[in-house]
Structure formats: structure tokens, C-alpha cells
Design a protein around this ligand. Structure first.
Ligand SMILES: N[C@@H](CCC(=O)N[C@@H](CS)C(=O)NCC(=O)O)C(=O)O
Length: 443
């Protein structure tokens, strides 16, 4: 490791959704010579002794920058590092590639906050003793690795099992949802809606399989924010967890290969960034060329690959109505006088936030109806998604700042059913703003 490079510390878990996104990103930046980082297993001792005092949240990943700044949240980590170390870039520039830039952010949001539901469900549904196929033993292994890293193997598994039977509520599952299963119910993922979520996930994977049959990454021959975002659901849950991983490998082999390529490990066959593919010249000398598609570059001229459009369509067809309803529900709640102005809002993605359960469960004021695969169901409002939409609104403003940018963006959005509704994002965000400080959200 070059000692002159800025050295970051990433606190993460191998089996964590958002850690997979950030780790692959940092690996890419380190490969490009921008920075160095150490990946540190975020044990409970470190979470409660270091992370929570710094950011007021126990979630991973969190990043400690060389100057001592803590950055919590996968998107903030990427934004922070892109500002500090612009090369190699992972987000196309607003002035030259506004459509590609916007596409990256839309896919990141879809991957972070919509694909999370099915990925979360698969991990825990197949971690119930009564359900076949079953990966309970593996789940014990991967959680025990974090929660009792100093114990021997069986001790690690036992400690995870205690967690599962205790606060995670795995044994009672949907009969008496608490812990993880309360989270699934709050996200609108129940045994009734599961087939619809499964259908949505399969449709997305089919579209990605088609795309990765043509291009090695979302935008061509190099990874971008869209790839790192998609790796959230796809690495730790859908590739690494055994039941989902079997389905991914057998039904979506090209997506599987893309996971290895983007994660940049065990990727010789998958071909990855920085890799050369060799042939021979007439004298049998090795001749190198970039190993990935599209000459090892993003597509030129701000082109968004045609095969990526069906993936973006899923954002507008499924997630966008839920986001609009999130804004309306949060706006109504803030206007109701029930919320202390400037006070805390729930901050978590996977489960209701402790202290906010009465608001975020049942028919509470921070719950709303949504639709998946033709089924109506109820879910919690996740105010973090409003913060993501504010960030997206900033990106959109940069992208349409001049005439040619607006033309490019409108051309992209007009190819997507309901796509042009995004141009009203600033108006949708009126009277509903959230502020993020460390891991806490405020109205
Ligand atoms: N928006 C955050 C989400 C982080 C998150 O929810 N992390 C999960 C693991 S992937 C976690 O730590 N969950 C534990 C909890 O919510 O208590 C990000 O993008 O980093």
C-alpha cells in the first residue's frame, strides 16, 4: 500500500447490503490510485464504542476519513470521496453527460430503497427453520462472525442463534412479527405480498441479464454509481446468501458474472476493470486489449444503453408512485401539528426506528398504501428516501442547467413511461424537507 495515499477506515460487515456497495466503490477508487482504505469488521464493541458516539447511529457502513471526519451513509460516503478524489470518476459529469448522470442516480435509488425489500425478505424467509430450501446454518455463520468474532466456530453460530431467537424474532416470524419480521411487515413484505415482490425482483434480474449480455457494466466498459448501487442488493443478499445465490447463479449467470466483475474479486473469467485480455500477433507475441466491453470505457456522447431503459422503467412504474405517496404522507404528518418543528424523524431503512413504532406501524400517520404487482398493501414511510430525493433534485438541477443538458435529460425521460414527472421533483418536495446530521434526520 502506498504510504503517501490518504488512508480511510471503512467499518463494515461482509454480509451487509450497503457495505457491499461502498466496499466495491472504495476498491475501485483504490485500484485507480485515488486512496487507500482498510476494511474493518464493525463488531458491537466498535459500533457502540466508536460509531454511535460519532454519528448517533449503529448502522453500517461508516467511514472514518484521514482528517478524523466520520461519514455515515453509503451515498454520503460516495459523494464525500468523489469530492475529495475525483479521479477515477464514478458519476458522469453534469455538463457533458447529464443523461448518464441522472440514470446513475435513479438506479442507485431503486437499488438502495426498493430492491432492498425483496433482498431482505429472501435472507430471512429462508432463515426460518420451517421453510425449505433453508440457509439458517449459513445465516448463523455470517451473523455470528460479527457478533461473537472472538468465539470459536460453534460459539459464533450459537451466539447468532440467540440473537435470531431473541431480538430478531426469527422463530415466531410472521405469526408475531418483531425485530426483523416487524421490519419486513413495515416494508410491506408479508407472505401475502411475497409473490408480487418476487415477481418484481425476477423482472428486474431478467432485464439486467439482457443488459449484461451486451455491456459489462451499466454504462459500458467501466463501473459507475449505478453498478455500485446495484451491488447493494446483488452482492451480500442475492449473490452471497445461499438460497438466493443458487437462484441467481442458475437463472441469471450473466448477472452473477457482473457481481464478480464489479466486486473485483475472483473475477478472472468475469473480466473486470483494469484487466487485459490477451491475444497473439503473427509472431506469437502477447497483445493486450481492454478486457471489458465497449473498449473499456463508458459509452460516449452521453448515451444511456438501450438495454438499461427497461431497468429505469421499473423505477418509474413501481417505485416512483411509492415515493410520491411518501412525500404526501410525510407532508401531511408535518403539517398536522403532531410533529415538533425541527424534531427528529425516523432514520432507518430496514425496520421502524426505535421510538417511532407507533407512527410507522399499523395504520400510523407515517404509514401509507402502495402497490406491488397489482396488490395493494401498507408500508412505513422512510424519511431517508426524502433526503435521497432532495439529493436527486440537486443532481437534476445541475443536469438541466443549460439548454443542451435539458434536451438530453428530456430525451431520456420521455422514453420512460411517467419519466417526465421527475421534472416536477422540486415542486413535489415543497413543504417537505428533511435534514440529515450524521445518522439522524430532522424535519
Ligand atoms: N442509508 C444507509 C443504510 C444503512 C443500513 O441500513 N445498514 C444496515 C446494514 S446493510 C444496518 O446497519 N442495519 C442495522 C440496523 O438498522 O440496526 C446507507 O446507505 O448506508
Amino acid at each position: 500500500m502506498d504510504p503517501s495515499l490518504p488512508r480511510y477506515r471503512l467499518f463494515s460487515w461482509e454480509h451487509s447490503y450497503f457495505s457491499g456497495k461502498v466496499r466495491a466503490y472504495l476498491r475501485y477508487k483504490a485500484h485507480g490510485g485515488a486512496l487507500a482504505y482498510e476494511d474493518i469488521l464493525a463488531t458491537p464493541e466498535l459500533i457502540w464504542g466508536l460509531l454511535v458516539p460519532a454519528t448517533q447511529t449503529n448502522v453500517v457502513p461508516q467511514l472514518l476519513a484521514p482528517g478524523g471526519t466520520w461519514v455515515q451513509d453509503s451515498s454520503e460516503i460516495i459523494d464525500f470521496c468523489e469530492r475529495a478524489h475525483p479521479a477515477p470518476p464514478v458519476i458522469p459529469p453534469a455538463d457533458r453527460a447529464p443523461a448518464q448522470r441522472l440514470a446513475c442516480h435513479l438506479i442507485e435509488l431503486l437499488a438502495d430503497e426498493w430492491m432492498v425489500v425483496w433482498a431482505f425478505f429472501e435472507r430471512w424467509q429462508y432463515g426460518r427453520d420451517s421453510v425449505q430450501p433453508n440457509h439458517t446454518a449459513f445465516n448463523e455463520q455470517q451473523w455470528g462472525a460479527v457478533f461473537a468474532p472472538g468465539a470459536d466456530g460453534l460459539g459464533r453460530r450459537r451466539s447468532a442463534r440467540m440473537l435470531f431467537d431473541g431480538p430478531f424474532g426469527v422463530r415466531e416470524a410472521f405469526e408475531n412479527p418483531r425485530g426483523i419480521f416487524a421490519g419486513l411487515v413495515a416494508l410491506g413484505a408479508t407472505e401475502r405480498t411475497a409473490p408480487a415482490w418476487e415477481g418484481s425482483n425476477a423482472r428486474l434480474l431478467e432485464r439486467l441479464e439482457t443488459h449484461f449480455g451486451v455491456h459489462d457494466f451499466a454504462l459500458g466498459g467501466l463501473p459507475s454509481l449505478a453498478d455500485f448501487g446495484l451491488l447493494g442488493p446483488l452482492y451480500a443478499h442475492l449473490y452471497r446468501d445461499p438460497v438466493a445465490g443458487f437462484a441467481l447463479r442458475t437463472r441469471f449467470p450473466l448477472v452473477t458474472e457482473w457481481v464478480e466483475r464489479t466486486n473485483h474479486t475472483n473475477a478472472l473469467n468475469a473480466r473486470t476493470y483494469g484487466q487485459k485480455l490477451y491475444g497473439l500477433d503473427a509472431d506469437r507475441n502477447l497483445v493486450a486489449r481492454p478486457a471489458t466491453s465497449d473498449g473499456g470505457e463508458w459509452l460516449g456522447d452521453d448515451r444511456v444503453p438501450a438495454t438499461l431503459l427497461p431497468v429505469l422503467e421499473v423505477f418509474f412504474a413501481e417505485m416512483w408512485p411509492m415515493l410520491q405517496s411518501t412525500l404526501a404522507t410525510l407532508r401531511a404528518y408535518l403539517a398536522s401539528g403532531r410533529h415538533q418543528p425541527g424534531g427528529d424523524l425516523p432514520g432507518k431503512t430496514f425496520t421502524p426506528t426505535p421510538g417511532f413504532e407507533a407512527l410507522q406501524t399499523g395504520d400510523g400517520p407515517l404509514t401509507h398504501e402502495f402497490e406491488i404487482g397489482g396488490l395493494r398493501a401498507r408500508r412505513m414511510v422512510v424519511p431517508y428516501q426524502v433526503w435521497m430525493l432532495q439529493r436527486l433534485a440537486g443532481v437534476l438541477r445541475e443536469c438541466v442547467a443549460n439548454e443542451s443538458g435539458r434536451t438530453q435529460v428530456e430525451a431520456l425521460l420521455s422514453q420512460l413511461p411517467n419519466g417526465k414527472e421527475l421534472l416536477r421533483l422540486d415542486a413535489e418536495l415543497a413543504d417537505v424537507r428533511v435534514r440529515k446530521v450524521g445518522g439522524r434526520l430532522f424535519a
